[in-house]
Design a binder for this molecule. Structure first.
Ligand code: 13P
Length: 297
C-alpha cells in the first residue's frame, strides 16, 4: 500500500531501527525493491531522483511506483530525492508524493534558509513532508563546485537553528558519506581527507540538538557496523542507490557473458532484478526493518 512517509518514519523507531530509502528509475528496480519489502514484511521508502524522472518520464515512473505500491501488502512511501526546482516539487506534490527533498545545499546558508522556508510553507499546506540538507554530501558530479577550504560537514548548532526556523520534517546530514562510487580522480583529490566513514562524534552532536528524524545519504559505501551505530544515534533513513545498481549490473553483465545467444531482454533482466532484490533484502535486514510492517493498516 502507498502510505504517507510520516506513517513509517516516526519518533518511536528512533534509536531502534531505520528504513532504507531506495532509489528507482524503472520497472525492474521498483519490482526488486517491492518484492524485497513484501518478502521481509518491511516498510520501505521508494525515491526518485531528477535524473530518474528525466530518464523514464515523470508520469511513467510515478505510475510504475504507485501501481507496485498499491498492490503491495507492505507500506511504501514515495519521496523525491535531491531537487533544486520548486516548480518540479509542486508538480510531484500534485502527483501524490508524501515527502520531497529540497536540496539547496549549494546555496549560501541565508538563501538555503529562505528557499527551504518557502517550500515548507507550500508543502505543509498540502500535508507533505520536506527534507533539507545542511552541509554538502558530495558525489562524482559535485567535485567542481567545492570551494577551497569549504566546510562540507553539517554543523550541529547551525542544524538546530535551521530546523527550528524552517520547520522541516527530516534533515539530511553531511557526516562523511558520499554519493556513488568516487571514480573521478578529481573528486578523490578534493575528498582525500574525507573517507567514507561516518563522523560518529559529529552525528552524536547533531542528534543532541536536532530532534527530527535524521537521514543519511550515500549510505551504500558506509560499513555495516557504522550503519548500526548510526541507527542507535537516531538516523531514521538511509539512502541506498549505488549498491542496488551494482548488484543489478553485475548480474546483468554476468548473464550477457554467460548466455551470448540469448536475445530476449526478459531472460537477462530477471536475474538482475533478483540480484537487486537480494541486495534490498540485505539492507532491510541490516537496518532492522524486517517484520515492522506486521499489523500495519
Ligand atoms: P549511494 O550512492 O551511497 O547509494 O547513496 C544514494 C543517495 O544518497 C541518494 O540520495
Amino acid at each position: 500500500m502507498l502510505v504517507h512517509l510520516g506513517r513509517i518514519v516516526n519518533h518511536k523507531m528512533l534509536g531502534k531501527y531505520a528504513l532504507p530509502a531506495f532509489n528507482t528509475s524503472d520497472l525492474e528496480m521498483t519490482q526488486g525493491i517491492v518484492r524485497a519489502a513484501k518478502k521481509l514484511k518491511a516498510p520501505v521508502i521508494i525515491q526518485t531522483s531528477v535524473g530518474a524522472l528525466e530518464y523514464a518520464g515523470i508520469e511513467q515512473l510515478v505510475g510504475i511506483i504507485k501501481t507496485e505500491a498499491h498492490e503491495s501488502p507492505t507500506p511504501i512511501a514515495l519521496h523525491q530525492d535531491h531537487c533544486h526546482d520548486f516548480k518540479l516539487i509542486k508538480k510531484l506534490i500534485d502527483l501524490g508524493y508524501s515527502s520531497v527533498m529540497l536540496d539547496a545545499s549549494h546555496l549560501s546558508y541565508k538563501d538555503n534558509l529562505k528557499l527551504t522556508k518557502a517550500v515548507v510553507a507550500y508543502a505543509h499546506k498540502r500535508g507533505v513532508w520536506v527534507q533539507a540538507e545542511l552541509g554538502r554530501i558530495l558525489g562524482n558530479e559535485d567535485w567542481q563546485t567545492v570551494k577551497s577550504g569549504e566546510d562540507l560537514m553539517t554543523d550541529p548548532d547551525q542544524a538546530a537553528k535551521f530546523v527550528a526556523e524552517t520547520r522541516i520534517d527530516t534533515l539530511a546530514v553531511a557526516v562523511g558519506s558520499l554519493h556513488g562510487i568516487p571514480v573521478d580522480p578529481r573528486i578523490k583529490k578534493v575528498l582525500s581527507t574525507l573517507k567514507e566513514h561516518v563522523d560518529l562524534k559529529r552525528l552524536k552532536a547533531i542528534r543532541a540538538k536536532v530532534k527530527i528524524p535524521l537521514v543519511m545519504h550515500g549510505a551504500s559505501g558506509v560499513p555495516d557496523a557504522q550503519i548500526r551505530v548510526a541507527i542507535k544515534m537516531g538516523v531514521a533513513v538511509f539512502n541506498i542507490d549505488t549498491d542496488l545498481r551494482v548488484a543489478f549490473n553485475k548480474a546483468l553483465r554476468d548473464n550477457i557473458k554467460k548466455y551470448p545467444q540469448v536475445y530476449d531482454p526478459r531472460k537477462l533482466l530477471k536475474p538482475a532484478t533478483d540480484a537487486l532484490q537480494a541486495m534490498a533484502e540485505k539492507k532491510i535486514k541490516l537496518m532492522g526493518g524486517s517484520g515492522k510492517a506486521k499489523g500495519f493498516k
